[in-house]
Each structure stands twice: as C-alpha cells, then as structure tokens.
Design a protein around this ligand. Structure first.
Ligand code: AQP
Length: 331
C-alpha cells in the first residue's frame, strides 16, 4: 500500500493557502487511498524567534483544524512531531548524510536568514539544518508520496537526494519519496501582493485569508484584492498575477479550470464577488466542525496520543535499521 506523509507548521493560523495547497487533498483523497500520516510539525516552528505559549496554542489549533478539515483518525494517523522521538533521532543521521552546501542552497533558508538578520535577530542553526529534520519526518515512515504546496518541493527533493545517497552508501534503507502538488492552487498568493505566497507566518494583513476568518472578513479581503491595471479577465500568471490568483482560488473551490472560468467574466468585480462567496461556502462546514471540536478538548488529546503511539510503532523499525546501517552498535 502507498504510504503518504505530510505536515503543517504551527507558525501561525492556518490559511486558505494551506487548505487549497495541501490539507484539503489530505482529507478528500489521500487518507482514503493510502496509509496516511499527517503531522503538526512543531519542532519546525522553533527555527525562528518564537513564543513558547503561542507555539503550544497554535499546535493544538492546527491539529483541531486538521480534524475539522475532515481528517478522520479511523482512516489516517494524526499526531504531533515532537511526540515521536524517531524524527529527531533520524534527523542527526541525515545531517551526517547532507552537505553544508546543499543546506545553504535552500530557498527558505536564504529568505528567512535574510529576514532574521533584517529584524536584528540571530540566525538559529536549526534554520539551516531543519530540511534534514523534514527529510527524517518523511523517510522514517517509508513514505512514497508527500502531498505539499509548490513551496515545499525543494525540501522534498532534498529528502529524495538524501534517501538515494544513504541507500547507496549504507545499503537499501529508505523508500525514495516524491512530492505531489495540486494541479490548481499549488501556490496561493497573498491577495495584497500577488507576487508573494500567502504564508501563515507573514505579518497579519488584508492579503491573507485564515481558515477561521468570519464570512464578512473573507468577503472584505477578496473584494479588496489587488488585481491589475487592465480590465480584461485573463488567466496569465506572469502578466496578471492578481487576477490569475483569484481565478485559481475560484477554480480550486469549484473544481473548474481557471482558464475556462476566465472566459465567463468581463469585470474584476464579478470575479471577486464569486470568489468571495465560493471561499465562504468552502470554509463554512470546516468552521462548524472546528467549533464543535473546540468544545471537547479531551477528544483532541486522545486522538493525538493514539496517533503518536501508532506513528512511533511505524517509524521505529526504519530508524533502527538506519542506525545499524550507518555503523552504530545495537544497544
Ligand atoms: N500559499 C500557499 N499555497 C499553496 N500551498 C501552501 N502551503 C503553504 N502555503 C501555501 C502548503 O501548506 C502545507 C503546510 O505549510 P507549512 O506549514 O509548511 O508552511 P506555511 O503555511 O507556508 O507557513 P510559514 O510558516 O509561513 O512557512 P514558510 O514561510 O516557511 O513558507 C505545505 O504543504 C505547504 O506547501
């Protein structure tokens, strides 16, 4: 059976980008067709300046939203990364497999280390090494597929390279995984700056739709989205990034190709109105389920404990095999 692993970082409130790029597929397709694990990757939230209480709060909120989005603990394994020691155990072996140069080439490292320096913060060593931890997250489970948004493909490529290198040096140990991205909305852009990704760790702003935004807040953000100076509704990411982004969001919500949708509009206003309503409708059931789950916090705790126990059991044989293969004595 295919094994699927993916995760979400508790670095902010989950956004429409997280949902359309990743979480919706996990719930609607992946959990039903594979042995699937979905994880709140809390260790990854420690690579930049962080507030411990906020990370704890956001970790529970992210896990609650995964369930609200439709992940069913009877169908898949939902857990928190730091509850399963195998991730950190394997990460060190992968740091011993990766090179300094390939870590420094990671786009997110370049961008975020520049951001930290600009803010006058020191750059944490973990910001450089965390792709090895992400590779460990993936490889520990014999993962075949990693359903992610486009921004994460470089990290999954690194996990592939490390798996291949480790297998060549020490004997076959890891399955070589591949990233899968959705055909539409693989990179949802910020509504106010359609040349940059809608990211949950970015400063809160009118360009980011959060999954728990009230309907009126969603409408306001979409109606104020930056479009282009022209008038024609065309699907052209390079020439009209704002309009293309709205068409992708609408296309993803309604299951129609963005290029085809463009033919049905002759004004930006009508496109925005339909996009806003489609997003409100898409989020409504998720928000209702979220409210019900929040009313029963014990349920989430039970799900996460069960998920961690199962994940540990799944990861241990592969991580133990990697320890033996690389030359470490059995205890
Ligand atoms: N805008 C997006 N469009 C499509 N997919 C997206 N994803 C994130 N943003 C978009 C996908 O959602 C999954 C979880 O994301 P994450 O928690 O790894 O990262 P993030 O939401 O992008 O949060 P940050 O903290 O703002 O991260 P940085 O700044 O590091 O990108 C992933 O599958 C991701 O691809």
């Amino acid at each position: 059976m295919t094994t699927i692993f993916s995760g979400v970082k508790p670095t902010g409130h989950l956004t429409l980008g997280n949902y359309l790029g990743a979480v919706r597929r996990w719930a609607e397709e992946d959990q039903h067709r594979a042995d699937a694990l979905f994880c709140v990757v809390d260790l990854h939230a420690l690579t930049m300046q962080h507030d411990p209480a906020r990370v704890r709060r956001l970790s529970r909120q992210a896990a609650t939203l995964l369930l609200a989005a439709g992940l069913d603990p009877e169908q898949c394994t939902v857990f928190v990364q730091s509850h399963v020691d195998e991730h950190a155990r394997l990460s060190y072996l992968l740091e011993c497999t990766a090179t300094d140069g390939e870590m420094r080439r990671m786009i997110q490292y370049k961008e975020k280390s520049a951001q930290a320096k600009e803010a006058g913060d020191s750059v944490r060593l973990s910001l450089l090494t965390y792709p090895a931890l992400m590779a460990a997250d993936i490889l520990a489970y014999g993962t075949d597929e990693v359903p992610v948004g486009e921004d994460q493909t470089q990290h999954v490529e690194l996990a592939r390279d490390l798996a291949v290198r480790f297998n060549q040096r020490y004997g076959h140990t890891f399955v070589v995984p591949k990233a899968t991205a959705p055909t539409v909305a693989a990179r949802v852009m910020d509504l106010q700056d359609p040349t940059s990704k809608m990211g949950k760790s970015h400063a809160e702003g009118a360009g980011i739709i959060y999954l728990l935004d009230e309907p009126d807040a969603v409408r306001k953000k979409v109606m104020r989205a930056v479009t282009d100076s022209g008038r024609d509704v065309v699907y052209d990411r390079a020439a009209s990034p704002g309009v293309a982004n709205l068409l992708e969001v609408l296309g993803s919500c309604t299951g129609q190709p963005p290029g085809k949708l463009a033919e049905g509009y002759d004004s930006y206003g009508a496109l925005k109105k339909d996009t806003a309503e489609a997003v409100v409708e898409l989020l409504h059931p998720l928000q209702e389920r979220h409210a019900a789950l929040v009313a029963d916090p014990g349920y989430l705790t039970t799900v996460l404990r069960g998920g961690a126990a199962r994940a540990r059991e799944m990861a241990r044989p592969t991580v133990d095999a990697a320890y033996r293969a690389i030359g470490l004595l059995e205890p």
